[in-house]
Design a protein around this ligand. Structure first.
Ligand SMILES: NC(=O)c1ccc[n+]([C@@H]2O[C@H](COP(=O)([O-])OP(=O)(O)OC[C@H]3O[C@@H](n4cnc5c(N)ncnc54)[C@H](OP(=O)(O)O)[C@@H]3O)[C@@H](O)[C@H]2O)c1
Length: 310
């Protein structure tokens, strides 16, 4: 199903029920930011972390530090898990007796693969735990502000039940439907973009440095490339929707030649070229399939169906 439009959280100044007790499991940078936001919104907060002593200033600000996961779960109405990965969530939650969850709701904001989110939801449901999956799309420093973006998916009734509490995280929460893996699916697609982009930025600075270009001299031009991407993303989406890939701006055949130049330039300086070789492979497969004159959005269909270059 398609995501509905993002819904701003309710007006926090509107009269409402007293803030629900919240438990945060995990006190890495994101768990601490979440606990801080719940405290700032007036929720009674209990925190737990595998390694003691990571609560920072949260106890001074009123957070209770639980001595066990079971006590932490018991203290919250909404339990928010934010751990390294789904294996950690399972390891932490499996020893907790199902009876501890009576009257409680679990929102798991841990990152992971969609399949793991679905199996986590299945496990939670089998143990009588009312479960919602979620993905935080924004960095720790904006949690609790209007800039936060969080995706949720899973049981609709659980989303409705935690929605007012999760408003403390700030910004926009988007509910993506009943499939618990949907939020993680969006997250992995967006992390794919983020990760390859960050790698591209680092590789670009490395190649510039090898050519004797100072980082500050490259930066203004690199910012221009990021502006191009903002324009390209909705254009790609539109062409992928219609299946029409006009090559009047640039073609895949031309891009394949450009990438070959890049690989030669990087190789000459001893830089790794794995990502560039993968990009060249995709462009070459598109050309071999007769898509050389097409625009670049066509590459997404080649990546979706194509085999890695051998
Ligand atoms: N940081 C961000 O900007 C950001 C943004 C969006 C999403 N996220 C997601 O939020 C989640 C948490 O991220 P984070 O930045 O807070 O740091 P993190 O390093 O990914 O996670 C740290 C937390 O996981 C716990 N942990 C790790 N392995 C564990 C295990 N086997 N059993 C129990 N606890 C375990 C750590 O406990 P110990 O202290 O005991 O090691 C700590 O509480 C991740 O899934 C991350 O992808 C983070």
């Amino acid at each position: 199903m398609h995501a509905g439009p993002p819904r701003p959280y309710p007006d926090p100044s509107a009269p409402s029920a007293p803030p629900a007790p919240v438990t945060v499991l995990g006190l890495g940078p994101m768990g601490r930011a979440l606990a801080s936001a719940f405290l700032a919104a007036g929720h009674p907060v209990t925190v737990w972390n595998r390694t003691p002593g990571r609560a920072g200033d949260l106890p001074d600000r009123g957070a209770a530090v639980a001595g066990s996961v079971a006590d932490a779960v018991g203290a919250g109405r909404v339990v928010v898990a934010c751990l390294r990965d789904y294996d950690a969530v399972r390891a932490v939650l499996e020893p907790v007796a199902p009876t501890r969850w009576e009257g409680r709701l679990l929102t798991n904001l841990t990152s992971g693969e969609p399949a793991r989110a679905r199996s986590m939801a299945h496990w939670a449901t089998a143990h009588g735990i009312r479960y919602l999956d979620g993905a935080i799309l924004t960095p720790t420093q904006v949690v609790g502000t209007a800039a936060t973006a969080v995706l949720y998916s899973g049981a609709h009734e659980v989303h409705e039940a935690v929605r007012d509490t999760m408003a403390a995280v700030g910004g926009t929460g988007t509910y993506l439907g009943a499939d618990p893996g949907r939020a993680a699916a969006y997250e992995v697609a967006l992390l794919d973009l983020f990760t390859t982009s960050v790698y591209g930025v680092a590789h670009s600075f490395a190649l510039a440095s090898a050519e004797g270009i100072a980082p500050d001299d490259l930066a203004p031009f690199a910012i221009g490339i990021s502006g191009l991407l903002s324009e390209m993303i909705p254009r790609f989406a539109g062409q992928l929707r219609t299946g029409d890939y006009p090559g009047e701006r640039s073609t895949i055949a031309s891009a394949a030649t450009t990438i070959a130049h890049l690989i030669d330039a990087a190789t000459a300086h001893g830089l790794e070229v794995g990502a560039l070789t993968a990009a060249k492979g995709a462009a070459d497969r598109a050309v071999a399939a007769g898509h050389g004159p097409d625009g670049l959005p066509r590459l997404a269909t080649v990546l979706r169906t194509g085999k890695p270059a051998g």
